[in-house]
Design a protein around this ligand. Sequence first.
Ligand code: HEM
Length: 124
Amino acid sequence: MGFAIKVLTPGVLFILTLAFGVWLSRSGKPYNGLIFNTHKLIALAAVVITAIQTFNALKIGERQPILIGLVIVIGLCAVALFVTGALMSAHKATGRATLTIHRIAPLLAVLAALGTLFLLDGRA
Ligand code: HEM
């Protein structure tokens, strides 16, 4: 598989996740079930595919500590998104902090992913 396809598939899934997330937010509460489940399932697909591509990329022998650090940041962002998403949907955390984390984690993940791609420099 070419490098472009490997980056494009998770990238497109990620953008779709963002789009459904914003749509979900704007459609108000109680959450629309169809939009919520689409947001959640696309997010899951994006995370699984990104994890597979990342592990394949690391297998080629890239072991720079900063690269491993960036991958850990992406993983922590994914965990934060799933935890805050679950809390919001279960109405367990209605405070602003949960939504704020759910908004900032995607930005942080994108920055870390760009850093990862830069360090891999087309070698994945
Ligand atoms: C890669 C993973 C994910 C990303 C990038 C993501 C991104 C987003 C974004 C950008 C929003 C819109 C925030 C706003 O503009 O107000 C949103 C909303 C939301 N997401 Fe996610 N999300 C992810 C995973 C999840 C998961 C797994 C769940 C559920 C278990 C979830 C539940 C929600 C809920 C309930 C909202 C609506 C929040 C509100 O009340 O405004 N998200 N998400």
